[in-house]
Write a protein that binds this ligand. Structure first.
Ligand SMILES: *[C@@H]1O[C@H](CO)[C@@H](O)[C@H](O)[C@H]1NC(C)=O
Ligand SMILES: *[C@@H]1O[C@H](CO)[C@@H](O)[C@H](O)[C@H]1NC(C)=O
Ligand SMILES: *[C@@H]1O[C@H](CO)[C@@H](O)[C@H](O)[C@H]1NC(C)=O
Ligand SMILES: *[C@@H]1O[C@H](CO)[C@@H](O)[C@H](O)[C@H]1NC(C)=O
Ligand SMILES: *[C@@H]1O[C@H](CO)[C@@H](O)[C@H](O)[C@H]1NC(C)=O
Ligand SMILES: *[C@@H]1O[C@H](CO)[C@@H](O)[C@H](O)[C@H]1NC(C)=O
Ligand SMILES: *[C@@H]1O[C@H](CO)[C@@H](O)[C@H](O)[C@H]1NC(C)=O
Ligand SMILES: *[C@@H]1O[C@H](CO)[C@@H](O)[C@H](O)[C@H]1NC(C)=O
Ligand SMILES: *[C@@H]1O[C@H](CO)[C@@H](O)[C@H](O)[C@H]1NC(C)=O
Ligand SMILES: *[C@@H]1O[C@H](CO)[C@@H](O)[C@H](O)[C@H]1NC(C)=O
Ligand SMILES: *[C@@H]1O[C@H](CO)[C@@H](O)[C@H](O)[C@H]1NC(C)=O
Length: 523
């Protein structure tokens, strides 16, 4: 589903110290490439290295950002940011992160040593900043998200925002008006889409950011991104993978037939009488999307994916062999689990068509233009510039997602959501995006790539299967056994030594690069 009314609230797991998960806004596209939230407890007051007490981490600052970097006369809007300097000493780096495509509330953990941002700051006497991305949360050029207002929501404007911020912000910390990239080394850090933005910015604005850390960076825009589920197919428990493939193959063959009796039987089994069969097929993507909420730290992982697999694979206290239990058992248990547990959580009391249908142009999912609607803002970017449609695999590759789901399923929704922009389903300009920043082939100095073996987005990173990009001193590539952006969070390194190794490699790279820093005027 493009905009299911989703699990938003179910996904966020509130822990004593960390808040994780995709944002709780509904509607929510389950398949965003978004970094995990990391909050920070505000119990102990922070002090700087001289012992002076600092403002609380949730103090919000505002930056006057240009609405249009190609036409500054259009004026500015207020861009929110958060900032602390507990480890800062004059000459230290300024470490900037944007969470990317979401409201940035709840990301203050990225100011602290719960994340690699704070780890680098602590080691190198740096100050940290989290900035909200334009058109998300409360950082908006206009007070609505109409197509007219979204005119300046482009990757290029976002890249320019980061540069313009670095050169023009007067940071609240002592000496904070003298730390432009001409005076101090800036390090840009980001994960997922914001990881790609980090890498794009490093390529495009090499002088503004001396070094960068791009985690699970989806640098290659791909329209038909079926590989998302292929990583999951290969890394999930193989019995569950085999059984999901069997069920999907069966449903696809029935849905491709003209046996309406058999089609209705399946709709009845799953209690989803949707008019359009592709909507039905897309609803069944949800358990696979849950893979993205897994992580290596037990405190950061959402067990829902395994609850689904256990429902299919554990029978009378016995677990299926690698080949699974086979179609009959899998179809029946999936349908049982779906109707008793999964669907009620997904849709609640909502009518199935409004919960999982995508064909009604009057749906509020398409017509709501209020600000702070991350789904709408993110879909503007994917419909125009990136694609990343999470589809069934091509016919010659096994699939855990129905082949009824292809680019057309999503592109039709782009048209419904942004009718003033698209009179027909658009093909996103992924090729242009790749040409602009280099995609997989991008080259930049002092750009650290961190990836996770189990990350469903890995196929859009420089660690994609079938590619062979070499790690170099200036552009290292480190891969651990993590999931999506695992390396950014210190707790994941504590839980998995391969993730810790990635973090240590990143830290070492930053350290050695910063030793060579000179003001650009002296380079
Ligand atoms: C700490 O004190 C030193 C010496 O007075 C001063 O130069 C420096 O700016 C102070 N650092 C901060 C972060 O206030
Ligand atoms: C910051 O957090 C504290 C403690 O939760 C809260 O009382 C305060 O209102 C928050 N301040 C802002 C600006 O959000
Ligand atoms: C992280 O920062 C806190 C607060 O400044 C400090 O008490 C703690 O020792 C730091 N953790 C590490 C691993 O250095
Ligand atoms: C949305 O914002 C635009 C400015 O981009 C304004 O012209 C328009 O009137 C607003 N529309 C609504 C429905 O508020
Ligand atoms: C259609 O499906 C039903 C239910 O699965 C089955 O009993 C019937 O034989 C099928 N009809 C044809 C023509 O295949
Ligand atoms: C599904 O809904 C349609 C339209 O409301 C109805 O005609 C059909 O009988 C229903 N099918 C099932 C299997 O309930
Ligand atoms: C499964 O194991 C549990 C705990 O060992 C036991 O109480 C239960 O009776 C078993 N169920 C079946 C169907 O064997
Ligand atoms: C079978 O599925 C269960 C439940 O998800 C999983 O724990 C187990 O590792 C799987 N075993 C094999 C051989 O795939
Ligand atoms: C959508 O709303 C318009 C205007 O109210 C109405 O004419 C149209 O029939 C509605 N379409 C659907 C599919 O409900
Ligand atoms: C984009 O590039 C790919 C690979 O080079 C090519 O196959 C495809 O036709 C291009 N798409 C468009 C819309 O130009
Ligand atoms: C998980 O959380 C518990 C309770 O807050 C804490 O004691 C434990 O250290 C955490 N584990 C990891 C790996 O972060």
């Amino acid at each position: 589903m493009f905009f299911p009314s989703s699990f938003g609230t179910g996904v966020a797991t509130v822990l004593t110290l960390l808040v994780v998960g995709t944002s709780a806004v509904a509607p929510l596209n389950r398949a965003w490439p978004l970094v995990s939230k990391v909050d920070h407890p505000l119990d102990a007051p922070l002090v700087d290295r001289n012992g002076t007490e600092l403002p609380p981490l949730n103090t919000t600052y505002y930056f006057d950002q240009l609405i249009d970097h190609t036409n500054p006369s259009l004026g500015t809007f207020k861009q929110r940011y958060w900032h602390t300097w507990d480890y800062y000493e004059s000459g230290g780096p300024i470490i900037l992160l944007t969470p990317g495509e979401g409201n940035a509330d709840g990301y203050t953990g990225y100011l602290t040593n719960r994340t690699v941002n704070g780890m680098v700051a602590q080691e190198l006497n740096g100050a940290t900043i989290v900035i909200e991305h334009r058109y998300y949360g409360l950082s908006n050029p206009y007070n609505n998200l109409s197509v007219e207002s979204l005119k300046y929501h482009t990757i290029e404007q976002a890249v320019n925002d980061l540069e313009y911020f670095a050169y023009n912000v007067k940071l609240p910390m002592p000496g904070g008006d003298q730390v432009t990239p001409d005076d101090a080394p800036w390090i840009l850090i980001g994960g997922s889409y914001a990881g790609a933005l980090t890498a794009f910015t490093k390529v495009n604005k090499p002088d503004a950011f001396y070094a960068a850390w791009a985690s699970s960076a989806v640098v290659e825009s791909i329209v038909d991104f079926w590989d998302y589920f292929d990583v999951i197919r290969q890394h999930m428990p193989q019995n569950c993978s085999a059984d999901v493939q069997a069920v999907i193959a069966h449903i696809d063959s029935v849905f491709d037939s003209t046996n309406y009796t058999a089609i209705d039987e399946i709709k009845t089994m799953f209690n989803m009488n949707l008019t359009n069969l592709d909507d039905f097929a897309s609803a069944l993507q949800n358990p696979m999307w849950d893979w993205q909420s897994l992580d290596v730290s037990p405190n950061l992982t959402d067990p829902r994916f395994y609850e689904f697999c256990d429902a299919l694979e554990v029978k009378d206290n016995e677990t299926a062999p690698e080949s699974g239990w086979g179609l009959d058992h899998a179809l029946n248990t999936w349908a049982d689990y779906w109707t008793t547990t999964y669907l009620p959580e997904l849709c609640g009391d909502e009518d199935i068509e409004s919960c999982a249908g995508t064909y009604n142009p009057n749906s509020s999912l398409y017509t709501t233009i209020a600000v702070d609607n991350a789904a709408r803002s993110w879909n503007w970017i994917v419909c125009n510039e990136m694609g990343f449609w999470q589809d069934g695999a091509p016919a010659d590759v096994p699939t855990v997602v129905s082949r009824l789901i292809g680019p057309g399923y999503w592109e039709r929704q782009c048209m419904l959501m942004f009718p003033e922009a698209f009179s027909a389903p658009p093909t996103p300009s992924a090729n242009e995006t790749n040409q602009a920043y280099g995609g997989w082939f991008m080259q930049a100095d002092r750009l650290f790539f961190a990836n996770g073996e189990n990350d469903p987005w890995r196929g859009a990173t420089v660690s994609a299967d079938g590619t062979n990009f070499q790690s170099t001193d200036m552009q290292p590539i480190a891969v651990g056994d993590g999931f999506h952006c695992s390396d950014l969070i210190i707790a994941n390194g504590e839980a998995d030594s391969t993730v810790a190794a990635v973090q240590q490699q990143g830290l070492a790279a930053m350290k050695s690069w910063l030793e060579g820093w000179q003001a650009p005027s002296r380079r």
